[in-house]
Ligand binder design. Structure first.
Ligand SMILES: [Cu+2]
Length: 264
């Protein structure tokens, strides 16, 4: 019985269902505005994943409802179901199709990650210090300028954020930039972002780090390079010694880069 499934019809219904669900799902702006070079690439990847997931979901639903309708017991039928000894074609199909989908997703994600993390010629390095429950930032230059709770960056220039967690694991996330990166005690992790839209954003801690986690936010301002320079020069405080020490002590996750102290 199972050997004579109406494959062509079921596949047709699946394609129509996939198209309908995809059209609805792709109308929704899931991630908000795109404010970095990485954002459109990540959103495109999400769109492709939405279409693939819609296909898998519809295929499973079509087969489920077909089985419910086709193999339903007649009223009063108390007998056991027909013994089934497998179906080679079906088993090959449900192994090969998901394998192709997963390998495609992995390959595509790899390419996107490679693109968005590519190092630009003259990136700005900003040290990011996270602690329960606050963010602060160290800027390049001899005097180790330091800002608490407010991060300014220039527009259209790549920024390499070097994370230094002071206590537990935190995570750096500006939704409009899409990039998310864990700050792990003892390790320097790096988030690479090129902001492309001036404006005000919010840096959110996205790793549950204790009682004050929900309020662990910082103000982000993307502005012209000139305004950014003025703002950095206007900073009065220097990075506290304990934070400077954490820069020296943390190990880099990318062994090809030497340790840099003081945001140089
Ligand atoms: Cu947190």
């Amino acid at each position: 019985m199972i050997g004579r499934l109406p494959i062509a019809k079921m596949f047709g219904v699946t394609l129509i269902g996939t198209a309908l669900i995809s059209v609805v799902m792709l109308q929704i702006n899931w991630n908000g505005q795109e404010a970095s070079t990485a954002a459109p690439e990540i959103d495109r990847l999400l769109d492709v994943m939405i279409v693939l997931s819609s296909f898998v979901f519809t295929l499973v639903m079509v087969m489920l409802f077909y089985a419910l309708w086709k193999f339903k017991a007649k009223p009063g039928d108390e007998s056991d179901g027909e013994p089934i000894h497998g179906n080679t074609r079906l088993e090959v199909a449900w192994t090969v199709i998901p394998t192709i989908i997963v390998l495609f997703g992995a390959g595509y994600s790899w390419v996107v990650l490679d693109n968005i993390e590519e190092k630009a010629d003259n990136p700005l390095t900003v040290q990011v210090f996270s602690q329960q429950f606050a963010w602060s930032f160290g800027f390049p230059g001899k005097d180790n300028k330091w800002s608490e709770g407010v991060l300014h960056v220039p527009v259209d220039r790549q920024v390499q954020f070097k994370m230094h967690a002071q206590d537990v694991i935190h995570s750096f996330w500006v939704p409009e930039w899409r990039i998310k990166k864990d700050a792990v005690p003892g390790i320097t992790t790096t988030a690479t972002v090129t902001p492309v839209k001036e404006g005000h954003y919010q840096l959110i801690c996205t790793e549950l780090c204790g009682f004050g986690h929900a309020s662990m936010r910082a103000k982000v301002v993307v502005e012209s390079p000139k305004k950014f320079q003025e703002w950095v020069q206007g900073l009065e405080r220097e990075t506290p010694p304990a934070f400077m020490e954490s820069i020296e002590q943390d190990t880099e996750t990318d062994p090809s880069e030497p340790l840099t102290a003081g945001g140089g």
